[in-house]
Design a binder for this molecule. Structure first.
Ligand code: NAD
Ligand code: IPM
Ligand code: MN
Length: 355
């Protein structure tokens, strides 16, 4: 009998989500047996496939059904056949907003045994956390199109930066930086070119910095920050960024750390008033979907972040250690890491490294 049980909504979604989610689930179930807890998985087939059949990403059901869960474990949403803005605004983005998951935490770490494309860099050089604003900013429904299909047609998209929205994510980043050895926080800005929202972002960052004198701060415009991430990844500890900048940095980060197939992520409601959602950084990878060759490690490490959030910190650490062992040993590697292992083989290696 399990001592502790967690209700977890399971949304594999599309493409490789349907392959890596079951893989990661089997790892979580295995670690649960070892540490005496269990996840009561509630499956949701919400996906582009369902949209094709019903015209709705949820088959007409409400995302309110997720409210009673302790956490949401999601693979990826989006697949050719349904326009991306329809699928993502029909499911992923509404979940992030409805449940005030305003922090998108995306750790980037070069793990021992993994090859970085950067010359002369090792695990000590690449270890930082991206804190991405996840509810507002450049991702906004405000705007519209006029005179469609005529030479005069136009599109307007309104960014939205609120004091509440900026302050809460920046505060989260300062608190997080405080827990790190380096205690260093970098703000991603673009206040030279974006005349209203980004100077506002900088002002709020500076105001908050005054409350955290123990945290060293700096800021870079997003263009040179991207270059620094490649040339000086060791300069970074915690990076706080708006929704769009954080999105871009969180694909760049895993690229220098070896593969997007290793990159976990968490959509957090820090107040725990609502369930948080755990999904890797990568998408549904239609180019490799259905072949059983996707790297499940991003989803598995995402599972570890979920366990950590649920309070199963020892089990979470055990999963991370098992992944580290498999990668360091190097015998099992999926295609993105230069090997030939399948999703199932990689998953089996992690499970046996747990034991
Ligand atoms: P993607 O992350 O799906 O794929 C980018 C590249 O990385 C592809 O070559 C893919 O094969 C590879 N890749 C990704 N994950 C991998 C893994 N686990 N193992 C091995 N290789 C992996 O990004 P994309 O191609 O821009 O997007 C595809 C679809 O996914 C689109 O519909 C997009 O909107 C959606 N998407 C969804 C999410 C999400 O649900 N969180 C995130 C990103 C993209
Ligand atoms: C991500 C994805 C999503 C985002 C897309 C699919 C809407 O790229 O989770 O990084 O931009 O947030
Ligand atoms: Mn992205």
């Amino acid at each position: 009998m399990s001592e502790r049980a967690y209700r977890v909504a399971l949304i594999p979604g599309d493409g490789i989500g349907k392959e890596v989610v079951p893989a990661a689930r089997s790892v979580i179930d295995a670690v649960g047996r070892r540490f005496q807890f269990s996840c009561e998985w509630a499956g949701f087939d919400w996906s582009c496939e369902l949209h094709a059949r019903t015209g709705s990403m949820t088959g007409g059901r409400s995302i309110e059904e997720l409210a009673e869960q302790d956490a949401i474990f999601l693979g990826a949403i989006g697949y050719p056949g349904v326009p991306d803005h329809v699928s993502l605004w029909g499911l992923l983005i509404p979940i992030r907003r409805r449940f005030a998951q305003y922090v998108n935490l995306r750790p980037v770490r070069l793990l021992p045994g993994v090859r970085t494309p950067l010359a002369d860099r090792g695990p000590d050089d690449i270890d930082f956390l991206i804190v991405r604003e996840n509810n507002e900013g450049e991702y906004s429904e405000i705007g519209g199109r006029l005179y469609k299909g005529t030479p005069a047609e136009l599109a307007v998209q309104q960014s939205v930066f609120t004091r509440v929205g900026v302050d809460r994510v920046v505060r989260y980043a300062f608190e997080l930086a405080r827990t790190r050895e380096a205690k260093h926080l970098t703000s991603a800005t673009k206040s030279n070119g974006i005349i209203h929202t980004m100077p506002f972002w900088d002002e709020r960052f500076q105001a908050m910095a005054a409350e955290y004198p123990d945290v060293r701060t700096d800021q870079f415009h997003i263009d040179i920050l991207s270059a620094h991430l490649v040339q000086h990844p060791d300069w970074f500890d915690v990076i706080v960024a708006s929704n769009l900048f954080g999105d871009i940095l969180s694909d760049l980060g895993p690229a220098i750390a070896g593969s997007i197939g290793l990159a976990p992520g968490a959509n957090l409601n820090p107040e725990r008033a609502h369930p948080s959602m755990f999904e890797p950084v990568h998408g549904s990878a239609p180019d490799i979907a259905g072949q059983g060759i996707a790297n499940p490690i991003a989803q598995i490490l995402t599972g570890a972040m979920m366990l950590d959030h649920l309070g199963e910190t020892t089990a979470a650490a055990a999963v991370v250690t098992a992944v580290e062992r498999v990668l360091a040993a190097g015998a099992t590697r999926t295609g993105d890491l230069g090997g030939t292992a399948t999703t199932a083989e990689m998953t089996a290696s992690v499970i046996s490294a747990l034991e």
